[in-house]
Design a protein around this ligand. Structure first.
Ligand code: PMT
Length: 327
C-alpha cells in the first residue's frame, strides 16, 4: 500500500483522470440548492471593498469525517475511511471564535461543532420523560445541551456557519468543487482546511453492481480504481489564490514527516499538518516551506484541545499570507 501511495504522490494528477472521475460520478442531488446557499453565504460574509487585513472577509472551508466508497449502486456494503470528525468540528469552533465564517463539509453522523462535551448518545443520556409526559433535560447535562444547541443554531442563523453533509467520495469531491468555485473570488482571504479522511480507491459507477453482491458465489474479487488526488486541482485550478492546508495521517511515525514534506512539495500546499493516529488528539506537526512547528494540547488545562493552538497558528500564518496581497 505504501509503495502505491508513494507512486501516487510523486506523479501529477492527470486531468483526464479527474474528468473521468467526475463524468462517471452519479449526479449530485441538490447541486442547485447547494450552489444557491454557497452564493448567499459568500455574498453575506465578504465585501469587495473590505480590507484584506481585517477578519471580516475571511472564510474557511473545513472538511471533516471520512468518505465512503459504495460497492453497490443500491448500496448495502461500502468501504469506509476512519475519521470521527472531531478535528474538523473542534476547529470550526476556533475559527468562528477567530472571526472567520466557516463552510463545514462534513460526513453525515460525524462530530458536530459545539457538541464535543455531550455524551456518546445525547438523546438517551441527557433527556428524561417526566410524569406528565413532557421531555426534560437532566440537570447534569443541562448546561452542555443548552450551549450546544444555542451556539450551533446561532452560528447557522447568523449566516457565519454553512453546514454541508456528504457520505460518499462522489458527493464529497463534487461538493468540494462547488465550494472552491464559489470561494474563488474570496482570493487569499479563503482557507481550505482539509481534515477529512478521503478514499484513495473507488469502484467507478459504471462498473459497480446494481444490487447487493451475493455471497453464495464465493470469495469476492473487486478491482478498485485510484481516486485522483484532487489537491492539485484545488490548488492550481479551482481556487488558486486561497491558502491551502492539507493533512497527513500515518500510523508509522518514522515516515510521517517525509510524507508530509512530499505532500507539501507535490501539491504546493501552503501548510501540511502531520499527525499520527494514536496521538492525534495530543500533538500535530505543522510543516511549511519555512518551518516545522510542533503543536501540543495544553495538558495543564482540563478540556483543552490541540485544535485551539493549532487554529491560532493557522490564523497567524494566514494573516502573513494575505498581507502580501494587501495593497
Ligand atoms: O476526525 P478525527 O478522528 O478527529 O481525526 C482527524 C484526522 C486524523 C482524520 C485528520 O487529522 C487527518 O489527518 N485527516 C487526513 C486523513 C487522510 O486522508 O490523509 P491522507 O494521507 O490519506 O490524505 C492526505 C490529503 O490528501 C488529505 O488532506 C486529503 O484531503 C487529500 N486527498 C486524499 C485522497 C484523495 N483521493 N484526494 C485527496 O485530495
Amino acid at each position: 500500500m505504501d509503495a502505491i501511495d508513494d507512486a501516487n504522490q510523486l506523479r501529477e494528477t492527470p486531468k483526464n483522470e479527474v474528468m473521468s472521475f467526475f463524468e462517471s460520478a452519479p449526479l449530485l442531488k441538490d447541486a442547485a440548492e447547494i450552489e444557491k446557499s454557497l452564493k448567499e453565504f459568500v455574498d453575506r460574509n465578504t465585501s469587495s471593498s473590505g480590507n484584506l487585513s481585517g477578519k471580516a472577509n475571511r472564510v474557511v472551508c473545513i472538511t471533516s469525517g471520512g468518505t465512503t466508497v459504495p460497492l453497490e449502486k443500491q448500496c448495502v456494503r461500502y468501504i469506509d475511511n476512519f475519521s470521527s470528525g472531531h478535528r474538523g468540528a473542534a476547529s470550526t469552533e476556533y475559527f468562528l471564535n477567530a472571526g472567520y465564517s466557516v463552510v463545514f463539509l462534513y460526513r453525515r453522523g460525524s462530530c458536530q461543532p459545539f457538541c464535543s462535551s455531550l455524551p456518546d448518545d445525547p438523546l438517551l443520556e441527557c433527556f428524561s420523560v417526566a410524569d406528565d409526559s413532557s421531555i426534560e433535560v437532566d440537570a447534569l447535562h443541562a448546561e452542555t445541551v443548552k450551549s450546544a444547541i444555542t451556539e450551533n443554531r446561532a452560528a447557522v442563523a447568523e449566516g457565519i456557519l454553512l453546514k454541508l453533509p456528504f457520505t460518499t467520495i462522489f458527493e464529497y469531491l463534487q461538493i468540494l468543487q462547488l465550494i472552491s468555485v464559489s470561494l474563488r473570488d474570496v482570493g487569499p482571504s479563503a482557507i481550505f482546511f482539509l481534515a477529512a479522511a478521503v478514499s484513495d480507491f473507488y469502484v467507478p459507477w459504471e462498473s459497480m453492481a446494481l444490487h447487493k453482491i451475493q455471497s453464495a458465489s464465493g470469495p469476492l474479487d473487486i478491482r478498485l480504481t485510484q481516486v485522483p488526488k484532487m489537491l492539485s486541482m484545488l490548488r492550481n485550478e479551482w481556487a488558486p489564490m486561497a491558502f491551502h492546508i492539507s493533512f497527513k495521517l500515518e500510523t508509522d511515525t518514522d515516515i510521517l514527516l517525509a510524507k508530509a514534506n512530499m505532500a507539501l512539495k507535490q501539491y504546493k500546499m501552503h501548510m501540511v499538518i502531520a499527525n499520527e493516529l494514536s496521538t492525534r488528539k495530543e500533538v500535530v506537526i505543522v510543516v511549511t516551506e519555512q518551518e516545522k512547528v510542533t503543536v501540543r494540547r495544553d495538558c495543564t488545562r482540563a478540556g483543552a484541545e490541540v485544535e485551539s493552538p493549532l487554529v491560532e497558528l493557522v490564523v497567524d500564518r494566514h494573516s502573513t499570507y494575505i498581507k502580501k496581497f494587501d495593497a
